[in-house]
Design a binder for this molecule. Structure first.
Ligand code: GDP
Ligand code: IMO
Ligand code: MG
Length: 429
């Protein structure tokens, strides 16, 4: 029987998915990305050494894994090649045999980045994107004018489509956004070189993955962003431009899920968010600063300070409902060590009305006030703890509160950034 584990962030991203994927990857044969692009920043720490990955799956540090990038991912080929060079520099070998890049992936082009930047520079309607061109690339995909990796190997067609896109985008850049247009001459040569350099990695990922599932390989799926940034179910319009839910894992790879597949939601023990958008439990005071400093809450992609706040269980419960996730991995419990009491948000007060889910009308969410319950804190250093029976009582009660409120089971508690800092309560594979 084939087995799979799908790892999904259940807040606004940066929950520690990279760390959890790296941890589970020791038991997996294959690790797959299925949506998003290099807006993701996934941090792995192994024996104190940090690696940040944006596109390549977080299983790559385990020499036995195959790492697949499915058609649901938008690929900035230059970033992909930079990441390959970084990994080669770390002494990781046989990358061409281990990394499979789908020929159906859409390319993020220079004009996508430029449009993303130009829109963000305008004051009105700012989303606070990562400016990596993600939104414009997904727009072109659904508008059916995108360039895909397969197009790189049909130069005549590629050049024709490129020209049409450059004409359109340069018009927008110049006439609408009043910024410099792109010089078009060198693009054909640039993409000719890119095509040659990425060629060893390009594969029919759908067919490869279906074969691996038929062979009963253990498949780990690595979500990027989080449920509350999903284009439909997140806090729209302050979301990313892809689906971040576990159902996207089959779609974004073109393969059925394994016979037995567990969805695990990764949840930080408190809340953070980067970019604009409503954040009901945000702390703009000394406590928020304390969480940012202790938790090193600065973006792994853009370096922006993350907004910090108490755990919003209304948001998490909603995220579990829309995604069908019933198991959780809680990260960064160590960051809360030393606080006398902890607050968790159990409802919203929307103009005097008690609300227990995320309203579709984001304007209402902006005005919502948190309704808190207060729980006891813990003082212990959690890092040395490996067994669930050694978890301090107050943390046990925190975990039990989360389980009771959400109806989900907590499989794992992470107690530090390093691969080893894990209390694995229920095995995933
Ligand atoms: P991702 O995007 O979900 O993979 O998360 P990021 O890598 O962007 O951000 C998570 C940050 O928290 C990284 O700096 C991790 O090294 C770090 N981290 C992950 N788990 C833990 C944990 O349990 N405790 C602490 N202190 N740091 C953690
Ligand atoms: P990982 O995978 C946190 C946020 C941006 C912005 C919004 C839209 O590391 O958890 P985009 O560039 O996608 O168009 O930006 O989504 N965002 C993330 N926030 N972690 C991420 O990825 C994010 N990827 C995008 O800050 O608010
Ligand atoms: Mg991140």
């Amino acid at each position: 029987m084939s087995q799979g584990v799908v790892i999904i962030g259940v807040q606004w991203g940066d929950e520690g998915k990279g760390k959890i994927v790296d941890y589970y990857a020791s038991d997996a044969d294959v690790v797959c990305r299925f949506q998003g692009g290099n807006n993701a920043g996934h941090t792995l720490v192994v024996h104190g050494k940090q690696t940040i990955l944006h596109l390549i799956p977080s299983g790559i540090l385990h020499p036995h894994t195959k790492c697949l990038i499915g058609s649901g991912v938008v690929v900035d080929a230059e970033v992909f090649l930079e990441e390959i060079n970084i990994l080669k520099g770390l002494g990781i070998e046989r990358l061409e045999d281990r990394i499979y890049l789908s020929d159906r992936c859409h390319l993020i082009m220079d004009y996508h980045r430029r449009l993303d930047e130009a829109r963000e520079e305008k004051k009105a309607g700012k989303i606070g994107t990562t400016k990596r061109g993600i939104g414009p690339a997904y727009e072109d995909r659904v508008a059916r004018r995108g360039l895909r990796i397969a197009d790189l190997y049909n130069p005549e067609q590629f050049n024709e489509k490129l020209k049409a896109n450059l004409d359109e985008k340069n018009f927008l850049l110049k006439e609408l956004y009043h910024v410099e247009a792109l010089q078009t001459q060198h693009y054909q040569q640039k993409y000719h070189e890119i095509a040659q350099n990425i060629r060893p990695f390009v594969r029919d990922v759908s067919s490869c993955l279906n074969g691996l599932i038929e062979d009963d390989k253990k498949i780990l799926y690595e979500g990027a962003q989080g449920v509350l940034l999903d284009v439909d179910y997140g806090t729209y319009p302050y979301v990313t431009s892809s689906h971040t839910l576990p159902s996207q894992s089959a779609l974004g790879l073109g393969a059925r899920l394994p016979d037995q597949t567990l969805f695990i939601g990764v949840m930080k023990a408190y809340s953070t968010r980067v970019g604009e958008g409503p954040f009901v439990t945000e702390l703009k005071d000394a406590l928020g600063n304390r969480l940012r400093e202790t938790g090193a809450e600065f973006g792994a992609t853009t370096g922006r300070p993350r907004r910090c706040g108490w755990l919003d269980l209304v948001a998490v419960k909603y995220a579990l409902q829309v995604s069908g996730i019933k198991n959780l991995a809680i990260t960064k419990a160590d960051v809360l060590s030393g606080l006398d009491t902890l607050k968790v948000c159990v409802a919203y007060d929307c103009g005097g009305q008690r609300v227990d889910t995320i309203p579709a009308d984001t304007a209402r969410l902006w005005k919502a006030k948190p309704v808190y319950e207060t729980l006891s804190g813990w003082k212990e250093d959690l890092k040395p703890i490996q067994k669930s029976q050694d978890i301090p009582r107050a943390l046990q009660e925190y975990v039990q509160f989360i389980e009771k409120f959400t109806g989900a089971r907590v499989n794992l508690v992470s107690t530090g950034a390093d691969r080893e800092n894990v209390i694995d309560i229920h095995k995933a594979f």
